[in-house]
Design a protein around this ligand. Sequence first.
Ligand SMILES: [Zn+2]
Length: 308
Amino acid sequence: MIRPIKHKGLRRFSLLLCPAFFVLLEAGNLWGAPLKVVTSVPDLADFTRRVGGSAVEVSSLATGKEDPHAVPLRPSSVIKIRAADLFIQMGLGMEHAYAPALLAEARNLKLQPGRDGFLDLSEGVHALEVPVSLDRAGGDVHPQGNPHYNLDPVHAQRMVLAIAAKLSALAPDQAPQFRANAEAYTREIEEKLQIWKSRFSGKNVRFVSYHRDFAYFERRFGVKEEGTIQAKPGIEPGPKHIETLASKMQSAGIKLIVKESFYGDRVPRELGLRTGATVVSVPIFVGATPEAKDYVGMMESLVSAFTR
Ligand SMILES: [Zn+2]
């Protein structure tokens, strides 16, 4: 009787041809290889590192030092996206200047909107300042409403949990660790949030900023922005706008100008000299300044600037 020869090497080869093998390879986590994650902004990279630990390899397209509405298109970003298992963005148009073009150029099908490797964290955000018309009369860069919700630590906590859920879906064997890491980080942010809130207590902080970055921050901490140097989001000011703003600051007694770190000094400084207001430069993303080395450091620095 002739028996079929079962060759060990051949059996191994058959496993390689098995469709399930390729599914596992696609998942990117076979043999414990870290998930490659690309985030649009460094805040999301910080959250992902804290949740994923050694199970993730994270990089951010923006450095935190640029205007978030004008991040340059870098060839190195295309290479990162092409090799990634997951792309995470804030959405609400925050990344409109670079993410859609880079994702299209990289042609990584796993990372296209709607696929498992694409996570938009604006789901669950009640967007503020959504324009009533689509003619961009309200400004050039916030067509879907104000996207700067990273400056509200409650949204940061929500993002941390959403990232943990996504990483768990991509690497289910590590889900308990991701959940534990996320819970530890949200607890840390919660403890800090209570301290930050107490520092604003009784302060009645009123200020002018360069761009409309603080809509969510205002609501969380009870501060009040009385105007912006930009005429509208993304629209640089003319002399008439500055004139009106200076008069308003003088009549309302506004003594604080908050300048986001990447904007030039000239206009804020002139406005400060004219009105007697102090100009402070602040980070609005992780990585913007040496103090903003992570999310808690960035928020500490921001709260200190507002409550000095
Ligand atoms: Zn903006």
